[in-house]
Design a protein around this ligand. Sequence first.
Ligand SMILES: [Zn+2]
Length: 305
Amino acid sequence: METTNGTNAEMLAAAAAMTSTTTEDEQKIHHHHLRKGMRLQHWRDMPKHLQFNPYIHTGYRPLLTFWGCINSLFYLHNETINILTHAIPIIYIIATVPPLMPWTQLWFLSWCHVIGLVSPWVGSFLYHLFMNLDQGEKLYCRLLQIDMLGIWINQSFGALPMVTASTYCLPSLIRWSFIGSYVLLSLWGLYKALTAWSPWERRLCFLMPFTLRVILCFLRYWGFGGGDPGAFTHVILQDLVSAIGGVIGATHIPEKWFPGTVDMYLNSHNIMHVLVVTAVYSMHVATICDLHWLTRASCDAAPKL
Ligand SMILES: [Zn+2]
């Protein structure tokens, strides 16, 4: 019932309508949920900037304060799966990855890997947890930028070990051209990522560095560049699986076929979240192989260009 601007007469009429259409028990549940701050909303009740998926009908948290958002970790709503699927990897990575790194031989690339591995989940966790903060659309856009920045760190710094290993055995002019191009294309992608507003435009920001990685994959396949041959399957999977996830997320499959039936779980964003975690796991396995390959690298067997 929203009668905040109504006259007394309107409010009385509204109250009468409420008692006639809802039972006492329903009102009790309603008030209980209001006290706990967890009355979930319908899509049509949300502000415009939070109506980004018209096929998800229910389960929206209302606009909340900072602590209200933190509290929303403890009950089920339509962002719960998105929050948990990216919160758990943060804890898992911090607990298990640092001891695997060759810190003494390759400290810079080791840092690139750890930061690149954890950054997309930190950005996404903050975005999904606080997207309904009662600070308006401007803050929502900031959160979206933080989410994009997390992905960008993964695709730029996080990919440097792979680029370094894949080009290790090339003549140094070609090698540094590859590494330099990768850095420049990543910076261009960062500019685009922070200024693009449509979901498709945001995905295309990462297309140029992606294209360069595909070229490096071919070099690896033919045995030219370098890198651990045992990592090849995961080098392919890291980009293939995340691209599939990106397409599913952008096309709103399956909820556009069954609007309102996969609001809480199994919607496109949930599936995309799980797929990108799988993709970054492949990136992790491939990078660990490559970093250890770099510590004992020899280009004797590589064909000369
Ligand atoms: Zn997300």
